[in-house]
Every structure is written in structure tokens, then in C-alpha cells.
Design a protein around this ligand. Structure first.
Ligand SMILES: [Zn+2]
Length: 337
């Protein structure tokens, strides 16, 4: 193992602590301050936010400063602290110094190893996300997105009416996370944008869907450098349930779908808001969502009939099994719980 790989295994928290940076534990999640590049001590101006500006990646092999957007590996953290630039921009001699720093500190660094596992997922900055979302265009105004929706027999007017999806064009605000291979999403085929909510029903992230003609490598992408676990697609009624104020017409049925097209099909047919539609994907569902499902609900899991679809069903079923909630598989086979 090279010394750089070994540094990655040690992780950014241990390196930050040993560099004399402060590791702040807030709600069980570590963050780092101050940023060795921009000097910021805070993540955001909101007084309730006690996190440091730097968030470690979940696997601890990387970090991101939410203020100045520097990012990199544990080796880069040392380079920024000592020289103000990334490791690869250092001279031969400076690189040797960074290597020396690690070589001289393995013993101490090892003490911190694997101490932090409960890391928060990294989402786009909430103010940037709000600006991005506000500067998206109606999905019906994008020819290419409209065609993608209509090909799936989904009503684009309903999608637009309730903002179940939007589109981007050149006028949409540009952020480093709204890129794919360093191109803005609007310059790629990823032009349909779907909003993702956290268990409190707050817009937390987005995913971008390929709507162009030639086949992409992946149909859906997440914001670059960010994660989407712990977020979900939610129609009006589902969002109201997460915000703990179900709309009057709620009939107690919840449909949980998989993937954007299935989610949109169900959500757009739900014109009277009688039921609630959620859309899940990998890493989406968790116990916080389960706890928001109202008592006496009937949950229909309409995920695909394949390994992933069964996995989602099992996870949702298990998360609700001690609750006064009925969980059905969409082929009518039902399980009382
Ligand atoms: Zn910074």
C-alpha cells in the first residue's frame, strides 16, 4: 500500500485532529473547522447551524469545504493546511515534506482510525439549492423534457402544476454540484430535475434525469460530490404527511413506487390527492420516513418485481412491522402487520 493509500485509510478526521484543526461533533456528526483555505469557522450564517465548514465524506477518504468548495483527500488536507494548495500543485520538495509528515505520524494517526462512522450525508448547500430550484423552468417549457414525459403517457401539465419535476436551461443558476463531468447539466442531456425531500418534508436535494436521444451511461445522476441517501420523491399528499399536516382528502392509502417514471405515473393520476405517492431509490428509505407514516395507513409497495424491488419492499415492511399499519405488495398479496 502506498503512503497516499494509507493516508486515505486513516481518513480525514484523524488527519484534521492531528493537524490541530477542530473536529466538532454536532447531532452525532463530525465536521471540521476552520477551513485551512478560506479560514471560515462556520458552515452557514444561520445561528442554529453549529457545524464547521468542512464536511468529511461518508467513507472518510475525502472532504469538502461548504464555503469555498475546496475538496480532496487527507493528503490534500495537509497540503492546504501547510501550503494553501492541493497536493498535486506542490513542488517536489513540498510533496516530500507532506509525505514526511505522514511517515512521522502513523502511530498517532492510527489512534483516531475508525472512530467516526456516523457521518451525515452531504447534500447541496441549502441556499444554493433554493436558488437553483427557483431558477428552473416549467417542465412543459422544455421541448425535450415534455417529449420524454409524454412518451411515458404521463400528463406534463400535472407535473408542471405541482412542481413534481422541472427543467433547466441556460437561465438556471449554475453551481459546481449541478454538473456532470465538469459540464453544467443544462449543457448535457440531464435536463429534467426532480425534487428530493428529507423526512421533515424539506427540499434537500435533486436528481437529474437524462431526456436526450442517444443512450446515456446512467439515466439518473445525483448532484456531483453529494449524496442522496435519506431523501425521497413525494407528491403533494406525501409531502404534507412528511410535514405532519396531511391534506383533508387523505384516504389512508400510501403508494411507494420505484424510479422517476413510475413515481410520476402514480403521482399525476392522483388528481384528488386521496392517496400519497412516494418514490424511492437506492439509499432512500429509512426509519425516519417510516415514523412519519400515519397510524392505520395502508401502504402499497409498488416497486419493481426484481431483486432491488423486493429489497425495497422488505426494508419498508420491516420498518413498519411494529406499527399499526398494513403493508401490501402491489400484486395483492398482502401482509398484516
Ligand atoms: Zn473553505
Amino acid at each position: 500500500m502506498s503512503w497516499i493509500d494509507k493516508a486515505s485509510e486513516i481518513g480525514v478526521i484523524a488527519v484534521a485532529e492531528h493537524l490541530g484543526l477542530e473536529v466538532v461533533q454536532y447531532s452525532g456528526h463530525p465536521s471540521i473547522k476552520p477551513c485551512p483555505s478560506c479560514g471560515s469557522e462556520i458552515r452557514s450564517k444561520s445561528s442554529g447551524d453549529k457545524r464547521g465548514p468542512i464536511g468529511p465524506r461518508k467513507d472518510l477518504k475525502g472532504f469538502l469545504c461548504h464555503r469555498c468548495k475546496i475538496s480532496g483527500s487527507p493528503v490534500d488536507l495537509v497540503a492546504f493546511k501547510e501550503y494553501g494548495v492541493r497536493f498535486k500543485s506542490l513542488s517536489r520538495e513540498e510533496k516530500d515534506n507532506v509525505q514526511q509528515w505522514f511517515e512521522g505520524n502513523w502511530g498517532d494517526l492510527g489512534r483516531y482510525e475508525n472512530n467516526y462512522k456516523n457521518l451525515e450525508p452531504q447534500y447541496p448547500d441549502s441556499q444554493e439549492l433554493e436558488t437553483f430550484w427557483k431558477t428552473c423552468i416549467r417542465i412543459t417549457e422544455s421541448k425535450i423534457c415534455r417529449a420524454w414525459i409524454e412518451q411515458r403517457w404521463i400528463d406534463p401539465e400535472i407535473v408542471a402544476l405541482y412542481n413534481y419535476g422541472t427543467a433547466i436551461d441556460g437561465s438556471t443558476a449554475k453551481f459546481p454540484w449541478a454538473t456532470f463531468k465538469k459540464k453544467n447539466w443544462s449543457d448535457t442531456g440531464y435536463q429534467a430535475i426532480f425534487p428530493l425531500y428529507n423526512p421533515q418534508g424539506k427540499l434537500t436535494s435533486v436528481r437529474a434525469r437524462w431526456v436526450s436521444y442517444q443512450k446515456p451511461l446512467s439515466k439518473v445522476i445525483n448532484p456531483s460530490g453529494c449524496e442522496v441517501q435519506g431523501t425521497i420523491l413525494a407528491d403533494r399528499q406525501a409531502l404534507a404527511i412528511l410535514q405532519e399536516k396531511p391534506l383533508d382528502d387523505y384516504d389512508g392509502y400510501i403508494v411507494i413506487t420505484e424510479g422517476d417514471p413510475d413515481y410520476l405515473s402514480w403521482a399525476t393520476r392522483n388528481k384528488e390527492n386521496t392517496f400519497a405517492t412516494f418514490g424511492v431509490f437506492s439509499g432512500s428509505w429509512n426509519n425516519d420516513f417510516a415514523s412519519k407514516i400515519p397510524e392505520h395507513s395502508k401502504v402499497v409497495v409498488a416497486t419493481h418485481y426484481d431483486n432491488d424491488g423486493e429489497k425495497y419492499f422488505r426494508q419498508i415492511f420491516d420498518s413498519l412491522k411494529d406499527r399499526n399499519v398494513k403493508v401490501y405488495r402491489s400484486n395483492n398479496k398482502h401482509l398484516d402487520v
